[in-house]
Design a protein around this ligand. Structure first.
Ligand SMILES: [Cu+2]
Length: 121
C-alpha cells in the first residue's frame, strides 16, 4: 500500500505541529537562564525579604524606603554599600553559590541573608 498525496500532506502537517509544540519549551528554558533580579526593600529598620534564595548570576537591589540612612554590609566583606538615603539603592550581582549574611552598619540589629544556590527559584 502506498500513502496518498493527501495522507502525506497530513503527516507533514502533524510533524509541523509537533515542532511548534516543542518551541515554547525551548523558549521557557531560555527565559529561565536570563539574568534574574531581586529587590530587597528596607522599611522600618528591617530588610524584606529578610532571607532571599537566588540563582548564581542574580542581581539583588536594596532600596531604602526609610527616611533615615541605612547601609548594606556583608559580614565577610563580599560587598558593602555607602549610606543609602531615602529611595537610594544598592545592587550586587551574586555569581558564587553560598550564604551571604549582611547587616546595616548603622543599626547592626538589622540583618538579612542572601542564599545563592544553583537551581533555586
Ligand atoms: Cu540602618
Amino acid at each position: 500500500m502506498t500513502i496518498s498525496p493527501l495522507a502525506g500532506a497530513v503527516l507533514r502537517g502533524l510533524a509541523g505541529l509537533a515542532a511548534l509544540a516543542a518551541a515554547p519549551a525551548l523558549a521557557g528554558e531560555t527565559a529561565a537562564a536570563a539574568p534574574a533580579a531581586v529587590t530587597v526593600t528596607i522599611d522600618n529598620f528591617s530588610f524584606t525579604p529578610a532571607v532571599a534564595t537566588v540563582t548564581p548570576g542574580t542581581t539583588v537591589t536594596w532600596v531604602n524606603h526609610d527616611d533615615i540612612p541605612h547601609t548594606v554590609v556583608e559580614t565577610d566583606k563580599a560587598f558593602r554599600s555607602k549610606a543609602l538615603d531615602t529611595d537610594d539603592r544598592f545592587s550586587f550581582t551574586f555569581t558564587t553559590p553560598g550564604d551571604y549574611a549582611y547587616f546595616c552598619s548603622l543599626h547592626p540589629h538589622m540583618t538579612g541573608k542572601i542564599i545563592v544556590r544553583p537551581g533555586a527559584g
